[in-house]
Every structure is written in structure tokens, then in C-alpha cells.
Design a protein around this ligand. Structure first.
Ligand code: SF4
Ligand code: SF4
Ligand code: SF4
Length: 556
């Protein structure tokens, strides 16, 4: 077997993929509370170039965050030049490409398995299901959109566990300091740790609820690369399907020199997309990532890529017109034949999912879950579910770790959307980062002064738990932490009699519902850590006139 040539295009592609993966990580790490309440809106850049997010939010909410229009560049580029985005830009694709390299299978085996499989059509049906569901108002694309999946898994699984590991390692070095003679390891480890703390590590310990499910799904998606090259991209990715549909008839096409080809099929062994570069007239542009591995693998240089100028019956037809005709009339072998019946089944699955979600009490909007506390500035719940892509940007950036991926709080349709958990954190009064980073404006952008007026819920005292109420003990922690300019917690001095018969003055706290914004710092700081003496529920939230604490509101 002759060695690979690894053409300059392969090296350029690797470099570009690595660059975009690095950019993804840099933007990820920049999504944090800097010394000021500002992260830079560029941290959501990848999502803005994602046409799946654009299509799904437009279909489900009939609105589009203006930044998402950038994704038209991706679609336009794909129509002209094919699915280059998957092979050169997508960081999730780069990760799969990298991990595919760990696959230990003999070349002969790969020749048998790695050609095109009809199962690769599955991703188009996944796309159809998601888009039909979006059309009927249920946007579930975030479950499988590659950027959302990657960001969510990194933010909720890899980042907390990785940070914890790093902190534990440096903590261990600090305590044990296994130096050599007088050389102390901490002389190096402490400056490194302080640098990491300033730049990469979270300022507090972070935890996320429901991490196991997200971790299992991420691990499964990654491990499937050991079974088939870029399994996710070939069989599941709905964005890949969208780009495959757009790029089914590109201007850059494979050129095979049949005279040089001896059918060794080495190009199939390295083909990442199952695009069949070895089959005469059978190459499938909708599956090709333009990785140029086939060109590079061919020992006889029988494969190359180049501008495809379609032939014309009339020699006088100019090239631009022939290109135009080429987009209108795709050659037969390049048609993407998905089968009408299968598409109808996929669409029906989308509709069925919508009906199922709507049939629940939550879907009918009749029950307001007290734990469903959305970030400040969130749009009304129906619209929120149409816009939120469960990317986890807001959860990553939340400085107090209050934002958590919902499990059951938002019903089936709300899985992994953000909810505030006031036991873990609280909504920081001086912060509106979640609205700055949300790519779809599910959390609308509001200036800090406006955000400070938004009510996300209301606090209530549990008089059976609160120390001054239940045990006649002095405690004003909640009142001290309440951040509103005029405190939403007020204290009333009352005389109580102790079990010993002594008379005692205690200050019993009350909430002023007109001033409380539901930020939850009172709940978070309450010294009764197992079950707090004060708690916040969603009632009174500004975004929902049907969920009000005071008379006048009605259940929707
Ligand atoms: S198929 Fe999906 S995950 Fe794979 S590279 Fe393309 S967009 Fe990214
Ligand atoms: S609300 Fe959070 S999870 Fe949903 S789209 Fe916005 S940033 Fe992503
Ligand atoms: S939730 Fe608690 S701390 Fe926040 S405004 Fe209301 S009473 Fe004050």
C-alpha cells in the first residue's frame, strides 16, 4: 500500500478545523462575569452562523433575532460550494473527526463498512421531524442542534468536572507539596493556579442538576465514532442534513480520472462522510465534508476537486448561464432521494410530538409550576419555548450558578431550558449577562437598570421554619442581603415569651410584594440550609400577567 500524500488542502483543513475548535473554546471561556458586568456579545458567535437555529426559531416564534441572519452566509456558501461548513468550520465536526482517528479497524474492514449507507438518510428525517414540530410551535431543535449539544455538554458536564479536577489537583499540591529537597512545587503551582483562577476557572464551585443524563448522551455521541467515522455527522445531525440539502449540487465537485483509478478503494477508507468517492458517478455531494481525504489517499492521483462547469448542448451557452442551469437541473445521480412516504412519517412524528406536549397540563398553560423561575427578561413561556435552544450559554455565564437546566419544571417541552434554583445561587442584582449572551433572544436584552425592575417571582416566609417566627431567635440575614434600593423585606418587632417564661423582643421579617423582584438572594443566604425559612416562587413574574400574586391576575 502506498503512503498518503496528505495534500496541502488536507493540512489547511486540519489547521482551519483546529482554529475553529480553539475559537469555540476561547469564546466559551470568555462567557463569564468579568470585573464588570460585560462579556462581549461575540461569545455567542457560532450560534449566529447556525441556519438551523434561524429556521427553527422563525418557524416556531415567527420572529428572528437579527444576529441570526448571519447564518444566511452559511447557507449561501453551502449552496455554492457544498458542505464545507461541516468539514472546515463546525467545532463539533472537528471533534468527531479527531476522535474518529482513534478507531482501530483494518482498511479492508473499512472498505466494507464505510461507503454510503441508506441509514444516512436518518438525519434528513430527524431534520423534518424537528422542523415540523417547530412549525407547530414546539422548538426542540436544541436537543440535537450540534452547537447547542456541544455547548451544553461542555458547560454542564466538562467544565464543572474539569474545573473541579484542576482545583483538587492544585489543592492537593498545596497541602502535600511533594517538592525535591528545598525546591517547593508550590513556587510554580501557586502562580499557575492564580493565573487559571483569573482567566479560566469559575470563581465559585459550580454544580448542575441532571448532569448525568447530559453526560451519558454526550459520551454516547462521542463513542459512536469508534463504530463508524463521524457517526453523528453521517447519521443524526439535523444541521448536517440541512446543509446536505442546500449543498446537494455545488460548484466544486469531485473529478475522477477513470484511466488512473485501479479500484483499490483506498479513498473509501479515509472518506469521513460516506460520500462514495470511489463509485463512478456515484459521489454524493450532500454527504461530502470536503475533507479532501480521498484525494489525499489515492495513490494514483485519480481523484481531484475542481470547479464544475456543466456541459451544454449549445457550445455558445456562457458559463454563468450553465452554472445557473446546473442549480436548477441537478444531474440524476446527485438527486437526494428521501422518499415521500418516509418524509411524511417523519413530519407526522413531529406533529405527534407537538400534540403529546400540548396534551399535558403544562402544555395547556393551566398550571404554573412554582419552581419554573425564568431568567429576568425572558419572554412569555410559549414564546420562550419557541425560542430557547437549550444551548446553556446563559447557564455558563451566570455568576452565581443559579441558572440550571430544567428537568421536569417546564414539562416535556422545557427539558434543559434555564430555570433559577435559588438554593444553588440567586439572580445577581448587578448582572444581566444571561440576556447579553442568549443567541435567540429568548431572554430579551434589557439595560441593567431595566433588568433591575423585572420581577421573576416573589419571596414568601415559611413561618414554621424562619428562625424569628418559628423559634423566636434573632436573625435578619435575609433583610440584610435584600438588594432592592428600598428593602423588599421589612421587620416587625414583636414581644414573644420563651419556653422559660421570659419576655423577648424579636424582629419578624415580612415581604413587601410591591418591592420584591424574586431575585432569591434571601433564600440563598438563609442560614437554614436544608430547607430555607424563606423561598421564592414564580408567582408575580413580570412576563406573565396570568401568574400574579395579588388579586387581579388569573390563571391562563
Ligand atoms: S454534520 Fe453536524 S456536527 Fe457534523 S460537522 Fe456538520 S454540522 Fe457539525
Ligand atoms: S435562554 Fe439560555 S439556553 Fe435558551 S437559548 Fe438563551 S442562552 Fe441558550
Ligand atoms: S427575593 Fe428576597 S432578596 Fe430578592 S427582592 Fe425579594 S425579598 Fe429581596
Amino acid at each position: 500500500m502506498m503512503p498518503h500524500r496528505n495534500s496541502w488542502r488536507v493540512w489547511l483543513r486540519r489547521l482551519t478545523q483546529g482554529g475553529f475548535l480553539l475559537l469555540f473554546l476561547i469564546l466559551f471561556l470568555q462567557a463569564r462575569y468579568m470585573p464588570v458586568n460585560q462579556t462581549g456579545r461575540h461569545v455567542k458567535l457560532f450560534f449566529l452562523f447556525d441556519p438551523l437555529v434561524l429556521a427553527a426559531s422563525w418557524l416556531s416564534s415567527h420572529q428572528v433575532a437579527s444576529g441570526l441572519l448571519l447564518s444566511l452566509v452559511t447557507i449561501g456558501g453551502t449552496i455554492l460550494f457544498g458542505r464545507w461548513f461541516c468539514g472546515w468550520v463546525c467545532p463539533f465536526g472537528a471533534l468527531h473527526h479527531l476522535l474518529t482517528g482513534l478507531r482501530k479497524q483494518k482498511a479492508k474492514q473499512k472498505m466494507l463498512t464505510d461507503g454510503y449507507s441508506p441509514w444516512q438518510k436518518t438525519k434528513y428525517y430527524v431534520l423534518a421531524t424537528l422542523l415540523v414540530a417547530s412549525l407547530f410551535g414546539l422548538n426542540l431543535t436544541g436537543w440535537l442542534d450540534p452547537f447547542s449539544l456541544l455547548y451544553r455538554s461542555t458547560a454542564i458536564v466538562l467544565y464543572p468536572t474539569g474545573s473541579d479536577g484542576v482545583k483538587s489537583l492544585f489543592g492537593w499540591i498545596y497541602q502535600v507539596d511533594p517538592g525535591i529537597a528545598k525546591l517547593r512545587l508550590t513556587a510554580v503551582s501557586e502562580p499557575v493556579y492564580s493565573f487559571l483562577s483569573r482567566t479560566i476557572l469559575p470563581s465559585t464551585d459550580i454544580y448542575f442538576c441532571g448532569i448525568v443524563l447530559i453526560a451519558i448522551l454526550f459520551a454516547a455521541v462521542i463513542l459512536l465514532n469508534l463504530y463508524r467515522a463521524r457517526f453523528w455527522c453521517r447519521y443524526i445531525c439535523p444541521l448536517g442534513a440541512m446543509l446536505g440539502t442546500a449543498g446537494k449540487n455545488p460548484l466544486i465537485q469531485i473529478k475522477r480520472n477513470e484511466d488512473l483509478c485501479n479500484n483499490c478503494r483506498l479513498c473509501v477508507v479515509d472518506c469521513q462522510g460516506g460520500a462514495d468517492p470511489d463509485v463512478p458517478d456515484g459521489w454524493k455531494p450532500s454527504e461530502c465534508f470536503y475533507c479532501y481525504n480521498c484525494e489525499s489517499a489515492c495513490p494514483h492521483q485519480a481523484i481531484s476537486f475542481g470547479l464544475h462547469v456543466p456541459a451544454s448542448k449549445s457550445a455558445s451557452t456562457p458559463a454563468p448561464l450553465r452554472w445557473l442551469l446546473h442549480f436548477v437541473r441537478a444531474p440524476r445521480q446527485q438527486k437526494l432521494d428521501l422518499g415521500r412516504r418516509s418524509l411524511v412519517i417523519a413530519g407526522s412524528a413531529g406533529l405527534g410530538t407537538v400534540l403529546l406536549a400540548r396534551a399535558s397540563a403544562q402544555g395547556k398553560g393551566h398550571t404554573w409550576n412554582p419552581a419554573l423561575i425564568r431568567p429576568p427578561g425572558s419572554v412569555a413561556e410559549d414564546e420562550f419555548l419557541g425560542k430557547c435552544i437549550r444551548c446553556g450559554e446563559c447557564m455558563k455565564v451566570c455568576p452565581t450558578n443559579a441558572l440550571q437546566p430544567a428537568l421536569t419544571e417546564g414539562g416535556f417541552a422545557g427539558l434543559w431550558t434555564p430555570v433559577l434554583n435559588m438554593k444553588l445561587g440567586y439572580c445577581e442584582y448587578e448582572c444581566n449577562l444571561c440576556s447579553q449572551v442568549c443567541p435567540t433572544q429568548a431572554i430579551g436584552t434589557n439595560a441593567l437598570e431595566q433588568k433591575q425592575q423585572i420581577r421573576i417571582g416573589t419571596a414568601f416566609f415559611d413561618r414554621n421554619r424562619c428562625l424569628p417566627w418559628a423559634l423566636a431567635r434573632t436573625c435578619i440575614v435575609c433583610e440584610e442581603h435584600c438588594p432592592t434600593p428600598k428593602k423588599a423585606i421589612w421587620l416587625q418587632e414583636v414581644q414573644v415569651t420563651t419556653p422559660e417564661g421570659a419576655s423577648l423582643t424579636v424582629k419578624q421579617p415580612h415581604v413587601n410584594p410591591d418591592l420584591c423582584i424574586g431575585c432569591g438572594v434571601c433564600q440563598n443566604k438563609c442560614p437554614l440550609t436544608d430547607q430555607r425559612g424563606v423561598y421564592v416562587t414564580s408567582v408575580g413574574e413580570t412576563r406573565n400577567p396570568g401568574n400574579q400574586a395579588l388579586l387581579g391576575g388569573s390563571e391562563g
